[in-house]
Write a protein of this length. Structure first.
Length: 475
């Protein structure tokens, strides 16, 4: 029902959104006119805010015919707010995915006014609460969901003034967001540069340089590795005879700083058969073994560069874990390395003191030998561009790159002397702590920008934006 309501700007017409939903548009199968071109408003093209111009033969499903100045609201996963005004970019027929609810604006409704109204959190939350489906991209709303949802609007000239003010404020806000995104990108590049320099011996003075300055000798990486391998051989207690580790082919590798040596994960791991392994899922672990509590299971989502995450935990039965899966577990201080991803090889350290957890087949664990290499040094190396480029180059797969345990065991690792590793880790941690502080500030400001965007819309649709404006400089 349409009525009148009072706001800070006087009387607005009261209505409901379902009154402006267009009747079901004409369905069209573009493939029937294979050489015709269409101006297509698809959900994937929405982030660019520009429709695709596509030949009918390239469109594989039915679409709906839409008219310029119609307003589109996406049905899929309504927590992602997607609204679009149909333009008139080309002379070609305008068609849209059937995943859009189409609004046909009457003469007294400015399409951009309605489009901004549909971007408010109040509507997004309402739709998300009333969506059907199991989650994510499977969640959908229907046009009927909008029945009774209030929508008020002033006369068209006032709508135009409100739209102009929203766009002025949003332009300023988006300029600030773009600057924050540039800072984010620069911090990411700086982080990568720090790790690259650390793994090339360019971040701190090398042990060789300091030894010369101080007139002393030092244990080189090569001597350290030889000593560690001799201890491994002597202390071997695994099944069968000890198998010598293969040295990397240094002829195919870059030159290292003085005092460094090439090594492999196999050479730098602890002396046991499961020091490097992945989980056994898919063989003896079944879906019914999952529990709501028990021993945590480490999936890909739990490993991010330099950080172990606990979001969306999964668990398994503790008795079965004790019986079958303990060798595939971490207890604190082990490295977690992803086998899948773009790129694979993301590394984090499993924290001390939180109890055991078990890795899945998509996550490798490595128990380092701390007498050979500091776990944190290895983590920073695996997360460096140098290691990433190597792992991406040797991984296989078409849709998703995958590392194998044999490849990982023999990948080359630059090994500095232990005192130099300590200095490298300290300097990397110092620099990255500054980066993390700045990233937190940038993230907080981006969240503030999102809240401010909603504040602008709230003022606009309560009739306060044009009357008072948003305080100068608030964006």
């Amino acid at each position: 029902m349409i009525g009148r309501s009072s706001t800070g700007r006087g009387e607005w017409t009261g209505a409901t959104l379902d009154q402006f939903v267009a009747e079901r548009g004409k369905s069209i199968n573009p493939a029937k006119t294979p050489d015709a071109q269409f101006e297509l408003y698809s959900v994937p093209s929405f982030p660019n805010k520009k429709p695709e111009v596509v030949c009918g033969k390239e469109i594989g499903s039915n679409k709906q015919v839409v008219q310029p100045r119609s307003v589109l609201l996406c049905k899929i996963n309504p927590r992602i707010n997607r609204t679009w005004v149909v333009g008139d970019f080309t002379p070609h027929p305008k068609i849209a995915s059937t995943e859009w609810i189409v609004f046909s604006c009457a003469d007294d409704i400015v399409p951009e006014f309605l489009c901004y109204c549909l971007q408010q959190n109040a509507l997004r939350d309402f739709l998300a609460h009333n969506a059907s489906g199991v989650g994510g991209s499977l969640m959908r709303v229907k046009a009927s969901t909008l029945r009774g949802f209030p929508f008020s609007y002033p006369e068209p000239q006032e709508q135009l003034r409100i739209v102009a003010e929203i766009e002025k404020q949003f332009t300023r806000l988006e300029a600030g967001v773009a600057a924050l995104r540039r800072v984010q990108a620069n911090l990411k590049r700086y982080r990568a540069a720090v790790l690259k320099a650390a793994c090339e011996g360019k971040l701190v003075p090398t042990e060789a340089e300091l030894a010369r300055q101080e007139g002393r000798t030092f244990e080189t990486g090569e001597t350290l590795l030889a000593r560690i391998l001799a201890e491994r051989r002597e202390n071997w207690q695994g099944r069968g005879r000890y198998k010598e580790s293969t040295n990397p082919d240094s002829a195919q590798l870059p030159l290292l700083p003085e005092g460094w040596s090439w090594a492999t994960p196999d050479q730098l791991s602890a002396i046991n058969e499961t020091a490097i392994c992945a989980g056994p899922f898919g063989t003896i672990f079944k879906a019914h073994d999952f529990r709501t509590e028990g021993i945590p299971i480490i999936f890909l989502r739990h490993v991010s560069p330099g950080r172990y995450l606990t979001r969306k935990p999964g668990f398994m039965d503790e008795v079965k874990w004790e019986e079958l899966f303990k060798p595939y577990s971490v207890f604190g201080g082990e490295l977690l390395i992803t086998k899948l991803g773009e790129p694979p090889g993301v590394c984090a350290i499993y924290p001390e003191g939180i109890g055991p957890a078990m890795v899945t087949p998509d996550v490798m664990k490595m128990t380092p030998n701390p007498a050979a290499a500091l776990p944190t040094y290895l983590m920073h190396y695996f997360n460096s561009r140098t290691a990433r480029d190597f792992m991406t180059g040797v991984a296989f797969g078409t849709t998703r790159l995958r590392l194998t345990l044999p490849i990982f065991r023999e990948m080359p690792i630059p090994l500095p002397p232990l005192p130099e590793q300590t200095r490298i880790v300290a300097e990397v941690e110092r620099r990255l702590s500054v980066v993390e502080e700045l990233e937190a500030v940038v993230s907080a400001n981006l969240q503030r920008a999102t809240r401010l965007r909603q504040a602008i819309l709230q003022k606009a649709f309560s009739g306060e934006l044009v009357a008072a404006g948003v305080a100068e400089g608030s964006a």
